[in-house]
Design a protein around this ligand. Structure first.
Ligand code: R5P
Length: 301
């Protein structure tokens, strides 16, 4: 597999460049435009060999990114590709992974089926919201967890002897991976509501965060509400500092201001989405993780 195609969605080009460099592969950049009526256009300018990797992260505007990914599969087939891998570092719609109310779609299942029927035989993403949802993909599907890798890259920038906290029990695996790589303690946050005053406190289940430097680890910052609430309550309860590590810094609306106001000192995010957020957010290039996976898959084949 020696060609990596950089799709047009924001954030894809940098990821594709890094992946191509890791793989020693040729990089093909897609031509694209939006027609006056809003329809999308893509063109892969060069003939392709049989196996290619298309990098198209499903960044906002997510629906356009999805359509472009579908168009790219057809364009690649027209240029001779026979086996297509879609690398979508951020998998949009992955949080609608079940019918919360009758009549809702399982959105991630619908999107995955569409990618498979467009011709993608393999799907690679970074830290999908729930790994179980990969079963909706009819082909080969991988979600790569970035936290150990990020811990190695960030080790020198992080405070010595921090505690790593997940914002809830569901995210504990994420905190554990980060903490094990750093060799420090980890826990998850629990929310208590005082029945009399109605006051909410958020504190670690077992550990004491007072006087400690805290690293909160989660999969995604969307509106910033989850992390801002946790950070301001931890700081109010005596934590010395709060740093955040996430796979996907979506940072919708005024999320950056919200996090800054809450006292978050720094956000370290994987480069699955385009850079955003003044000096608050720093990005870690995780494309080599995809390169390693493809090397393993090819070696096994
Ligand atoms: C929740 O299950 C997720 O892991 C994130 O904690 C959540 O989606 C973050 O969203 P927001 O930034 O809008 O609070």
């Amino acid at each position: 597999m020696r060609t990596v195609i950089a799709g047009p969605s924001p954030g894809s080009r940098r990821f594709a460049e890094s992946l191509a460099a890791t793989m020693g592969a040729r990089l093909v950049v897609v031509e694209h435009k939006v027609f006056p009526d809003g329809e999308r256009y893509v063109r892969i300018p060069d003939p392709l060999e049989s196996e290619v990797v298309i990098v198209q992260t499903l960044s906002p505007p997510q629906d356009s990114s999805i359509i472009e990914a579908l168009l790219l599969a057809d364009a690649a087939e027209g240029q001779g590709a026979e086996s297509l891998t879609l690398t979508a570092p951020y998998m949009a719609y992955s949080r609608q992974d079940r019918r919360f109310l009758p009549g809702e779609p399982v959105s991630i299942a619908a999107i995955m089926k569409a990618f498979a029927s467009a011709g993608y035989t393999r799907l690679i993403t970074i830290e999908i919201h729930k790994e179980e949802t990969l079963r909706y993909y009819p082909g080969e599907a991988f979600s790569l967890s970035p936290y150990r890798y990020m811990a190695e890259r960030l080790r020198d920038k992080l405070p010595p002897n921090p505690i790593v906290l997940a914002p809830d029990l569901g995210a504990l695996r994420r905190a554990r991976e980060m903490a094990e790589a750093l060799g420090v303690e980890y826990d998850y946050l629990v929310k208590h509501r005082d029945r009399v005053t109605g006051e909410i406190t958020i504190e670690p289940k077992e550990l004491d965060a007072a006087g400690r430097d805290v690293i909160i680890v989660d999969d995604i910052i969307s509106t910033g509400g989850t992390i801002a609430r946790a950070a301001s309550l931890l700081l109010a309860n005596g934590a010395r500092s709060v740093i955040v590590v996430v796979a996907h810094a979506l940072l919708a609306g005024n999320a950056v201001e919200k996090l800054e106001r809450a006292g978050v000192q720094k956000v370290y995010a994987a480069n699955t989405l385009p850079p955003k957020g003044s000096g608050l957010v720093e990005y870690v290039d995780v494309a080599p993780l995809v390169g390693d996976l493809l090397a393993r898959v090819n070696a096994e084949a």
